[in-house]
Write a new protein. Structure first.
Ligand code: TRP
Length: 334
């Protein structure tokens, strides 16, 4: 008998434009995982409602996120690629799971506390129960692996707690999901101005988006922060230069990386040349993804077909889980 592949679930927020940090932090892992696991990747549109996005932006944002992920190499033939709200079973299990989630523990979640601080005018119940919905996204597929960064650690722990609580009260149904990342994968892409990392909404000029046109990419890299050469052979490489080298490691050849590392070491470095080279390699990397994503977004029929097929696959497994859950809870009458 063929051993079943392990199940992976991950959710993508449909906010902002995808950038290099998303690509190298998340999408690249998805692409690797799709070969090894049974993957369920979805756009978390219900989650996004907790911050009240403009209804006229949402469909475009969802389509763009799908298009950018496919353009980056996610293969809808290999993974179930769907939109959360196309799987109503999630909403039903969420309702059931809410009775096992305690207000006290939800109020203590750091991401909730942040939101209370940042948007005191909109502390809605959906924000409070965000971790319940996220747990259900995962548990409804009975997934064992979830590729997420550190910032989602607390949410994942809660998913394990809810799984355990359900299993203890009603009977064994849910595996306890673990965070999963390839060893080398938690790269942090520094922003071009040296202030923190590339971000979806802040400092646009310091972030390279997968949708940036060539001239935009070139302009952003030209403006990137560099400390001037010290003239002293062997001086330690400043962070700003290290950041550019890190970007080169992702998009340039090993020769180029070596050349500019040495050029710093012997202080013959010319930052204009270095940035020119990086800009050229970055354009080569981003342009095909951008153009493919553009084509896909113009082909709405195709994207809708993908969404439907993904939802069908997600619903098949979700409805089995939901049906089991209802049986165990005692609300299955037929
Ligand atoms: N909370 C996740 C984020 O902010 C998105 C998300 C929603 C998710 N549901 C999920 C991630 C389920 C993994 C699994 O990025």
């Amino acid at each position: 008998m063929a051993t079943e592949k392990e199940i992976v679930v991950s959710g993508i927020r449909p906010t902002g434009y995808l950038h290099l940090g998303n690509y190298f932090g998340a999408i690249r892992n998805y692409i690797r995982m799709q070969e090894e696991f049974n993957c369920y990747f979805f756009v978390a549109d219900w989650h996004s409602l907790t911050t009240h996005p403009d209804p006229k932006d949402l469909p475009g944002n969802v389509m763009r996120v799908l298009a950018e992920n496919i353009a980056s190499g996610l293969d809808p033939e290999k993974v179930a690629l769907y939109v959360q709200s196309d799987v109503p079973e999630i909403a039903e299990l969420y309702l059931l799971m809410n009775t096992l989630a305690y207000i006290g523990e939800l109020e203590k979640v750091p991401t909730f506390k942040d939101k209370v601080r940042l948007q005191p005018q909109n502390v809605n119940a959906g924000l409070l129960t965000y971790p319940v919905l996220m747990a259900v996204d995962i548990l409804i597929q009975r997934a064992s692996k979830v590729p997420v960064g550190k910032d989602q650690g607390q949410h994942l722990e809660m998913a394990r707690n809810f799984a355990q609580r359900f299993n203890n009260r009603y009977g064994n149904l849910f595996p306890e999901p673990e965070a999963f990342n390839y060893g080398d994968s938690l790269v942090r892409i520094a922003s071009l101005d040296g202030e923190g990392k590339m971000s979806k909404s802040e400092n646009e000029m310091a972030t390279i988006y997968l949708s940036d046109e060539d001239d935009k990419i070139i302009k952003k890299i030209k403006k990137a922060k560099t400390d001037s050469a010290t003239g002293i052979v062997g001086s330690p490489m400043p962070e700003s230069v290290q950041n550019l080298i890190e970007l080169m490691k992702l998009v340039s050849t090993a020769d180029v990386v070596d050349f500019y590392t040495k050029a710093w070491d012997d202080q013959t470095i010319r930052f204009g040349d270095m940035k020119g080279q990086l800009a050229e390699d970055m354009v080569k990397f981003v342009a095909p993804i951008r153009e493919k994503a553009k084509d896909l977004q113009e082909n709405k029929d195709y994207l809708q077909k993908i969404m439907k097929a993904g939802a069908e696959k997600a619903r098949a497994r979700a409805s089995e889980t939901l049906s089991e859950a209802k049986k165990l809870i005692g609300i299955k009458y037929y």
